[in-house]
Design a protein around this ligand. Structure first.
Ligand code: GAL
Length: 644
């Protein structure tokens, strides 16, 4: 898809493709690198160059990006004495090795602009300034080290640090946000640059779908160039799909559509793409004046502002802004009168004629639609034809021989190293009397506290209850009424992660899993038993994962006349014919609960249509006027966050 996506970006008027570099993709195992296929970074950079565009390589290697663990490989966490993103020897050593490795690869292929290649910028760290106060004085020395480490790699092109007001020279500090017109870099020698202009926002499981009106994006871009901006990058211009288990979290959805100008499937999102294309054209008509001089800014009235870029050689470009949130205005500028809708900028490449007003969309809105095609063996098809399906039951509790026992409750990521989303916590406990009900009629309750992200509790092999956190609070606390039997009872708790934390100070230490307490409350004799420090048995991952069920092979698949439905733990398999042609194909998961899906053995990501967003917070239309934030414009309330 790369050449097509890059061409669509170029056609949309972009000059530079900005990409992160994902450490955990390229070094999944320490010193074992992967630059093949989708991970072929050199090929990507060359593909951009072939289209005649430039590259901004955001190495990080911390990247945030709603990406699992912010892009850090899990092995990093297990290095003795390591502290992430601070003045720490083991961390700095690994960060330097990886950064140098990437820079060397680029240099060997002559990919830096200093060598005649397309890379005009690279980035070190990512928005560290947003959270660095939590790291105390070590933050300062770390960022100084990062700056000199990057500089020493001698790329011949500038480095940027985004959201880093104290970025040491020669690092250029840049801005990320919905608006960056008011931003100024920390030295007059540094250009004003915007590394992330958020075109929408990311989707979480359990959340509604954020979108950002293009009139507001265009306004923000025009304001930026009106006030001396030089480089502006959309985040995302194309976000695509976070296949496999690459999404961060917790609870980041598989779709990273982002309401971007090129949608998840690589199709143009109109009128967003088209209006921004028109905007880029209008701004580029001003190029001669913009690059030659600084603007002269004058007021045309309250919240009405003119910028004029005028050169000695006769070029003149002007931007007229109405920053009012709800009242249109007519202004006089250079003897002419101009109508300015609220929250808009008019661009005058010759200081006289309006090439574009950011609030006026001329681009056509064509919405692509999916053609639905049922699987010939649709589970719910009316003819009840189910013979195309087979299944494997996933056993409840310990079933693999990698199980081990430990006193007490363990944090999940330390145990699984993120090899799987799943960790079983199992325990047998002896109950003296019959426990169905207390004399007062109340039932025994299993109390479980977890750092998240979701859990299922089974008593004696039967599902007793489930719980899930949400993107605002990953923790799960459940009180589950249970029925115990006389004698031995088995408690099997299945804890699930849904993408590892990718943002925040010390995000790597947030942890997950059932760290307790776990208690049985209100036993017949009126007591509460704290099970937290008992001997638990642990199993990382599911049996089906070990058996390689995702590949589709295995002798375990069974089929029969009735397909088991509404099972807590089950694997399903079917086959289908791909539709003809090259159009994007999506699978519709409505009716499914939560899980992960594979097509031809490749994980297409987690699905969770059973997680429905709240009914409130959406509006039928969203006024683009006035400051945008990620909660301002939401759609899809009360519906599954992601179905496709
Ligand atoms: C920024 C970050 C990006 C991405 C974005 C939200 O703070 O630099 O990597 O996470 O937020 O989509």
């Amino acid at each position: 898809m790369w050449p097509d996506l890059i061409q669509k970006s170029k056609d949309g008027g972009l000059d530079v493709i900005e990409t992160y570099v994902f450490w955990n993709l390229h070094e999944p195992v320490r010193r074992q690198y992967d630059f093949k296929g989708r991970n072929d970074l050199v090929k990507f950079v060359k593909t951009v160059a072939e289209a005649g565009l430039y590259v901004h390589l955001r190495i990080g290697p911390y990247v945030c990006a709603e990406w699992n663990y912010g892009g850090f490989p899990l092995w990093l966490h297990f290095i003795p004495g390591i502290q992430f993103r601070t003045d720490n020897g083991p961390f700095k050593e690994e960060m330097q090795i990886f950064t140098a490795k990437i820079v060397d690869m680029m240099k060997k292929e002559n990919l830096y602009a200093s060598q005649g290649g397309p890379i005009i910028l690279s980035q070190i760290e990512n928005e560290y300034g947003n959270i660095d106060s939590a790291y105390g004085s070590a933050a300062k020395s770390y960022i100084q080290w990062a700056a000199s480490m990057a500089t020493s790699l001698d790329t011949g092109v500038p480095w940027v640090m985004c959201q880093q007001a104290d970025a040491p020279d020669p690092m250029i500090n840049t801005c990320n946000g919905f608006y960056c017109d008011q931003f100024t870099p920390n030295s007059v020698k540094k250009p004003k640059m915007w590394t992330e202009n958020w075109t929408g926002w990311f989707l979480s499981f359990g959340g509604a779908a954020p979108y950002r009106p293009v009139e507001d994006i265009a306004f923000a871009v025009a304001r930026f160039f009106q006030l001396g901006g030089t480089f502006q990058n959309y985040y995302m211009y194309h976000g695509g799909t976070n296949f496999g288990r690459t999404t961060g979290g917790p609870f980041i959805a598989t779709s990273y559509d982002y309401d971007a100008p090129i949608d998840e499937y690589g199709l143009l999102r109109q009128p967003k793409w088209g209006h921004l294309k028109d905007l880029h054209k209008a701004i580029k008509l001003c190029e001669a004046a913009l690059i030659a001089t600084d603007p002269t800014i004058t007021s045309l009235g309250t919240n009405l502002e003119a910028s004029v870029y005028k050169t000695g050689t006769g070029s003149c470009a002007a931007f007229l802004a109405n920053v009012r949130t709800n009242s249109d205005a007519t202004v006089n500028f250079s003897g002419n009168s101009y109508h300015l809708p609220a929250w808009s900028v008019s661009i005058l490449p010759d200081c006289k004629n309006v090439a574009l007003n950011t609030a006026q969309i001329n681009s056509m809105a064509v919405m692509p639609r999916f053609m639905q095609q049922s699987l010939k063996n649709d589970i719910d098809s009316s003819d009840g034809f189910q013979s195309g399906w087979s299944w494997v039951d996933e056993p409840v509790g310990i079933s693999k021989n990698n199980a081990f026992t430990k006193l007490g409750l363990l944090e999940q990521i330390n145990v699984t190293a993120d090899k799987s989303d799943y960790l079983w916590y199992s325990l047998s406990t002896e109950i003296q009397g019959d426990e169905p009900f207390l004399e007062d009629g109340s039932q025994t309750v299993l109390h479980v506290e977890s750092l998240g992200h979701a859990l299922h509790a089974f008593i004696n092999g039967k599902l007793a209850g489930s719980g899930t956190g949400n993107s605002g609070n990953a923790k799960v606390t459940e009180d589950i009424p249970v029925t115990l039997i006389h004698g031995k009872n088995t408690i099997d708790l299945l804890s699930l992660t849904v993408g590892l934390q990718n943002y925040g100070a010390f995000y790597d230490k947030q942890g997950a899993g059932i760290t307790g307490p776990v208690k049985l409350k209100g036993l017949a004799n009126g007591t509460t038993v704290d099970l937290s420090s008992q001997q638990w048995t642990y199993q990382v991952g599911l049996q089906g994962e070990e058996l390689g069920l995702p590949s589709g092979s295995s002798s375990k698949w069974v089929s029969g006349s009735t397909l088991p439905k509404k099972q807590p733990l089950i694997w399903y398999k079917t086959t289908f014919d791909a539709p003809a042609g090259n159009d994007p194909v999506a699978l519709h998961f409505i009716g499914m609960g939560k899980g992960e899906a594979w097509v031809n053995g490749q994980s297409i990501g987690r699905y969770w249509p059973a997680y429905v967003s709240s009914n409130s917070g959406c509006t039928s239309s969203c006024d683009y006027r006035g400051p945008y934030n990620s909660n301002k414009c939401l759609k899809n309330c009360g519906k599954p966050s992601q179905q496709l």
